[in-house]
Design a protein around this ligand. Structure first.
Ligand code: PMP
Length: 368
């Protein structure tokens, strides 16, 4: 392996080296406590200081308003596909209806699962377009009394990202917007107040797998269906400060270190600038090349996940093998899409993207 490694995994994904070094230094004895963070009671003073700081830093980074709760949960975004309808269906008389915007593989999973708990109206879909676009807001057929409207604001597999926040309240009688932000949370500035619920798994821009972040407006708590497990009832979790059950303590600790790292980088706005530059470098190269192709509509491309194809797919195995020899890891595309995918989350440096583009150009020249 070369000395410098760049990891383009879609998730679990690369973490800032500084964070891993700090975690390694603190592994056996956290701040003179004589314990590893993994060995601490979640209710002790040491761990309370860790989880409180993590929550406070996340609130600061995303400027989360006071009337929103931040919850640390488990089960990943896939569990939230059920947890969301179980918590929100009760906003309306039963059976409730929720609107889903279908923009890719993760939207499909969300709407299928939600159908177990309420009526799902697919208000717009880009499936016929092979998920290369986001249906324009004025084409959405929303339900007048929807319990909520669900969007996946960054489709990790398809490489699609919302560059706008859809205003849905006028067409739905004020339904809250619910967003799966698993793969781009903290990569760009957002206005939390435009959403009722934001959720995401941690294993891309936040930390290790096992932690799910939920940011929920307070008036949306307390409407869960009777079937909702207590550990998945947002109100129960909020009332117990994310300690109704034992939280994923180590994952929260690492997330907290990532939040501190983000603050040292200048916060989310500074990160967004770097992410724009990184994505532009890669897309500009792809667009200038007749060897590679990205099939996503330019206005809907993801800054985080960049799927691309070699025009001659018989070269895929050689591309991946040589990329690995050059220290460029985990570039294989998702099995449902094929080709390649470079995930360039917050912890991926511009040098990593430069190295990728240089390798791609060299590979293209050698295989013309
Ligand atoms: N939604 C999106 C946008 C994702 O990228 C992922 C994970 N790749 C999921 C949902 C599922 O997350 P998990 O496996 O953590 O439940």
């Amino acid at each position: 392996m070369p000395a410098t490694i760049y990891n383009f995994s879609a998730g679990p994904a690369v973490l800032p080296k500084e964070v891993l070094q700090q975690a390694a230094a603190e592994m056996l004895d956290w701040h003179g406590s004589g314990m590893s963070v993994m060995e601490m009671s979640h209710r002790g003073a040491e761990y309370t200081s860790i989880i409180t700081a993590a929550q406070k830093d996340l609130r600061e980074l995303l400027a989360v308003p006071d009337n929103y709760k931040i919850l640390f949960m488990q089960g990943g975004a896939i569990a939230e596909n059920a947890i969301v309808p179980m918590n929100l269906a009760g906003l309306k008389p039963q059976p409730a209806t929720a609107d889903y915007i279908n923009t890719g593989s993760w939207s499909v999973k969300s709407l299928k699962e939600a159908g177990k708990y309420l009526n799902v109206n697919v208000a717009a879909s880009s499936e016929a377009d092979k998920f290369a676009t986001i249906p324009p807001r004025d084409s959405w057929k929303l339900t007048r009394d929807a319990a909520y409207v669900h969007v996946c604001t960054n489709e990790t597999i398809d490489g699609i990202e919302y560059q706008f926040v859809p205003d849905v309240s006028a067409d739905t009688n004020g339904a809250p917007l619910v967003a799966d932000m698993s793969s781009h949370i903290l990569s760009r500035v957002i206005d939390v107040s435009q959403y009722g619920v934001i959720y995401g798994g941690a294993q891309k821009n936040i930390g290790p797998a096992g932690l799910t972040i939920v940011i929920v407006r307070e008036d949306l708590l307390g409407h869960a269906l009777p079937c909702c497990p207590s550990a998945f009832n947002w109100k129960t979790v909020a009332d117990n400060d994310s300690m109704f059950n034992t939280p994923p303590t180590y994952a929260i600790y690492i997330a907290g270190l990532v939040f501190q790292w983000l603050k040292r980088q200048g916060g989310v706005a500074a990160m967004e600038e770097r992410n724009i530059a990184k994505a532009a470098l890669l897309y500009d190269y792809l667009d200038s090349s007749d060897f590679y192709i990205n099939r996503i509509n330019k206005g809907n491309r993801s800054r985080m996940n960049v799927p691309f194809f070699l025009r001659d797919e018989s070269l895929n195995a050689a591309f991946l093998a040589q990329a690995k020899e050059n220290g460029l890891l985990q570039l294989k595309g998702h099995k449902s899409v094929g080709g390649m995918r470079a995930s360039i989350y917050n912890a991926m440096t511009i040098e990593g993207v430069q190295a990728l583009v240089a390798f791609m150009a060299k590979f293209a020249a050698a295989n013309k």
